[in-house]
Design a protein. Structure first.
Length: 264
């Protein structure tokens, strides 16, 4: 993916990632990709993702039958965009550990990153059960459904996740971006403001809110939110780029070119 000025990083995940907002990559300190409310460890947050891959890879090769090592390596590979390789690692681990739900969840997440949406959804469905549901997996399943264009169905999954984790900002963020996909920007903003109001909201939530506000033409307000995560000059450049993009295309088209925020 080319590096461009951006309001939100479009990684591919569901994540998370789910394509929702603006396809602008390059922001080092924020990421609107990956499902807000995703699964797995936080290898992606390492200061040096390539070093994280090296360390996780060494551990995986020394302990090839350790499911935790496979999950850590798969997550590290996803963080640097090696999606097909992450799928291969986690598929192998899933076959070797068919009853391990954590491995299955990580495998489903990697499949979603790689665009294998139906298989991702089916795999994630087997990672938990109706009598023991996992709100994180439900949220990721919602982002997968959004990527498949099944927005109303996706929102039922977000609603189920919110019943288990009321006002969870990562789920609300994914729900807000779902409304972006269907061009319901005021509803998207209301939902993202609920997420933003939480003391647990992270940079992905802030960037999604800024994006939705910017798509409605309130660029100064969007920039003030972006400044929480970027130096002033970068924040201004990102919002200027968004403004230029929206002025050349309608907001709906812009909203269709990006990614869903997902959580980890």
């Amino acid at each position: 993916m080319r590096d461009l000025p951006c309001l939100a990083r479009v990684a591919a995940s569901a994540a998370l990632t789910v394509s929702l907002a603006v396809s602008l990559a390059g922001c080092k300190s924020m990421g609107m990709a990956d499902v807000t409310g995703s699964l797995g460890s936080r290898n992606e947050a390492a200061a040096d993702p390539n070093r994280a891959v090296e360390l996780a890879g060494d551990r995986y090769r020394s302990r090839p039958n350790d499911p935790d090592a496979a999950i850590a390596y798969g997550n590290a590979l996803r963080a640097i965009g090696q999606r097909a390789q992450a799928v291969a690692v986690l598929e192998k681990a899933s076959l070797a550990n068919p009853s391990n739900k954590a491995v299955r969840a990580a495998y489903g997440r990697a499949l979603a990153d790689n665009g294998n949406f139906q298989l991702a959804f089916d795999t994630l469905a087997r990672a938990h059960s109706p009598d023991n549901p996992d709100w994180r997996i439900l949220s990721v399943q919602g982002t997968v459904l959004d990527q498949m264009g099944r927005n109303e169905e996706a929102r039922r999954y977000y609603a189920s996740a919110l019943r288990l984790a009321p006002d969870e900002p990562s789920v609300l963020s994914n729900l807000g971006m779902s409304y972006v996909l269907t061009k319901e920007l005021p509803k998207a903003e209301d939902t993202l403001r609920r997420a933003y109001a939480s003391g647990r909201a992270d940079s992905r939530v802030r960037q999604n809110l800024a994006l939705v506000i910017g798509l409605q033409g309130r660029y100064a307000e969007a920039e003030s939110i972006v400044r929480a995560d970027l130096p002033p000059d970068e924040a201004a450049a990102n919002v200027a780029y968004l403004k230029e993009m929206v002025s050349g295309h309608d907001a709906a088209r812009a909203a269709g070119r990006g990614v869903l925020a997902a959580g980890r």
